[in-house]
Ligand binder design. Structure first.
Ligand code: CTP
Length: 216
């Protein structure tokens, strides 16, 4: 059984010294990669820049940008499961300046942005022969968490979505609480260490993927 996991933020360069990014620490994604490895999966972890050490027993692919993450995920296919935990920057600067932009330049007043690829949506919409049998997304929301996550699951075309309330100290913190939304059920994972949430999710994923393998 083979799993691809994305984790961490992406970093979108503006010039040689500046970038756009977000507060993702990578902890939840790294914990899920480790938990899937413990379940017996061969795991490829495609990670944006984090301060975390490599996960033992996991094949690490470190990238910086959303485009780099998209390419690394595509190169890692095929897989039985894809888990998109990364906080991918939705936008990147249209042009990366090769010299440091000066504050008196109009470039710093308005930054032209272009949309990044949606990695989760792309993988979820691959043709059946290439699509991982189970595609799991995350929904980081600050309000209306369950409703927005249900909508996000349908919009992205993923099978399951893990809804996260990030209004508190979840991003960068050691604990998380989650709502796992599947086509036919919703299960709460009570607030616990990110490693514990990861173990519960990996357990569910392993059961689903093993079940699918046995019935095919
Ligand atoms: N995601 C992705 N590629 C992107 C944006 C998001 O793979 N370019 C994935 C994330 O890894 C996560 C899911 O999509 O699994 C939802 O990410 P989130 O940031 O919550 O949603 P957005 O698509 O950015 O939507 P919005 O910001 O409008 O809530």
């Amino acid at each position: 059984m083979r799993a691809i996991v994305t984790a961490g933020p992406t970093l979108e360069p503006i010039d040689p010294v500046r970038f756009l990014s977000n507060r993702s620490s990578g902890q939840q994604g790294y914990a899920i990669a480790g938990a899937l490895a413990a379940e017996g999966f061969e795991v490829i972890l495609v990670s944006g820049p984090t301060a975390l050490p490599d996960v033992p027993g996991v094949h690490m692919v470190r990238i910086e940008t959303a485009l780099g993450m998209m390419a690394a995920v595509e190169a890692a296919l095929p897989a039985d499961v894809f888990v998109a935990v990364a906080a991918v920057a939705d936008w990147r600067p249209a042009k990366i300046s090769s010299i440091k932009l000066k504050l008196d330049k109009s470039a710093m007043e308005s930054l032209d942005l272009v949309e990044n690829p949606d990695i989760l949506k792309t993988i979820a919409h691959l043709p059946r022969s290439e699509r991982p049998g189970l595609v799991v997304g995350f929904a980081a929301e600050t309000h209306d968490v369950a409703r927005l996550a249900r909508e996000k699951r349908l919009r992205k075309g993923c099978d399951w979505i893990v809804a996260n309330d990030v209004s508190g100290d979840v991003m960068g913190g050691a604990e998380n609480a989650a709502l796992l939304i599947t086509p036919d059920a919703e299960d709460h994972f009570a607030r616990a260490a990110k490693s514990e949430i990861a173990a519960q999710l990996a357990d569910r994923i392993a059961a689903a993927v093993k079940g699918a393998c046995e019935s095919s």
